[in-house]
Write a protein that binds this ligand. Structure first.
Ligand SMILES: C[S@@+](CC[C@H](N)C(=O)[O-])C[C@H]1O[C@@H](n2cnc3c(N)ncnc32)[C@H](O)[C@@H]1O
Length: 375
């Protein structure tokens, strides 16, 4: 049965929006805006736009908010695994993964897939977990024995979204940037609760996430779509508004490995390209990452101001809604100046934000999230 969710009426108070946002699936994706969606709603609810491009879509949470606000959303991300996440909840309006589908995916079969068990031994997961992943992927692919067309695409998207979330939940730091399975299995005294999440079996995580995703699916009555492109290659630039949440570039000299989204999530991108994974993997890397040439990474801090200027110029016809974090390169002042070259008005909102895994979280002067709107 399709969910009975309604669009957020125009004049809804932020506190009431929270209730709707609580129905969105959870995620451990780095940089996800899920926690600050009520604030984003508050800052954007009075802006006049119908079509919107979420250019760095990631976990899809902001697209989900815009969809609920009745906008025609185009979700984009450079990675295929993220696009699949967007397909499951942004593009999809009414297809759910049923109990029978879940049974089909979880039922041990004579799986013919073994790439993960052969390639990733002792890197991210235990042997039986690697075997389970190969089997689950085989079973998700074989949904094509039962469904076809759009229904098949959306059922697979829900299943892969749940699988990706489960993969993140079971990883130290929720990332794949290092070969560090030993962090999980070392017999040491721990004072945090992640160990039980890491050790929770894959099928349990998977079913929990499918239930969450199923609950987020609804029809807003407006056409929403997903694309998978490097932001600078997107052809259409006549959206009423463009939401920009690019990887965070730290000031020169600071370590910046988390801005490398391919380095952090190559394993999920590999699952999304399972049959061509052997061709794109860097076999002699310690953590078996995907070759850097697979996707451009501009967000490395070489010339950040020039990069942002290119971005803003590209979308100068649209209202620019830019998420930013204190301490990045360029500075908020520099960014504002760049935006004012192409836009006549600027609004800057900021708030304290507790970032995951950040030791300086209580410092309200450093940990600030910005929303810069140029129109
Ligand atoms: C900070 S995250 C966005 C988080 C998102 N707003 C959310 O709520 O989950 C940045 C995203 O940009 C994507 N990305 C990186 N380089 C890109 C590029 N050149 N073109 C498009 N997307 C890119 C990454 O895959 C990542 O998902």
């Amino acid at each position: 049965m399709v969910n009975n969710i309604v669009n957020i009426p125009q004049d809804t108070k932020t506190v009431d929006v929270l209730e709707i946002i609580n129905t969105f699936q959870t995620t451990r994706y780095q940089g996800s805006k899920r926690k600050i969606l009520p604030w984003l709603y508050d800052c954007t609810k009075d802006l006049n736009f119908e079509t919107v491009l979420d250019a760095f879509g990631g976990s899809g949470m902001v697209s989900c908010l815009f969809k609920h606000m009745g906008k025609k959303v185009t979700y984009n991300d450079i990675f295929k695994f993220n696009k699949i996440i967007g397909e499951s909840t942004i593009e999809n309006n009414n297809v759910l993964l049923t109990e029978d589908d879940i049974k089909h995916i979880l039922e041990p079969k004579n799986a013919k897939f073994s790439f993960i068990s052969n390639t990733f031994k002792d890197i991210y997961y235990l042997n039986d977990e690697n075997n389970w992943l190969d089997m689950a992927i085989y079973n998700i692919e074989s949904l094509s024995d039962i469904y076809k067309g759009k229904e098949l695409r959306f059922k697979k998207a829900i299943a892969y979204n749940a699988l990706f979330q489960a993969c993140m939940a079971k990883r130290p730091y929720n990332l794949f940037h290092r070969k560090n399975l030993n962090m999980r299995i070392r017999n040491v005294k721990r004072n945090f609760g992640n160990k039980s999440t890491w050790d929770k079996p894959f099928p349990v995580h998977f079913v929990n996430f499918v239930n969450e995703i199923n609950k987020s699916i609804y029809d807003s009555g407006k056409k929403c779509r997903t694309i998978c492109s490097d932001v600078f290659s997107i052809k259409q630039t006549n959206y009423d508004a463009v939401y920009l949440d690019p990887p965070y570039i730290k000031r020169k000299g600071e370590r910046n490995e988390t801005a490398d989204y391919l380095g952090c999530y190559h394993f999920l991108e590999g699952i999304a390209n399972y049959s061509s994974w052997p061709q794109i993997i860097e076999s002699d890397s310690p953590n078996k990452r995907i070759q850097k040439s697979y996707a451009p990474n501009y967000f490395t801090g070489s010339d950040a101001s020039e990069l942002f200027e290119r971005l803003i110029k590209k979308f100068r016809k649209s209202v620019i809604i830019l998420s930013y974090k204190y301490g990045g390169d360029p500075t908020i002042d520099d960014l504002s100046k760049i935006i004012l070259k192409y836009k006549t008005q600027l609004k800057v909102y900021d708030r304290h934000y507790k970032y995951a895994l950040n030791k300086k979280n209580r410092d309200e002067t450093i940990n600030r999230e910005y929303l810069i709107i140029g129109y």
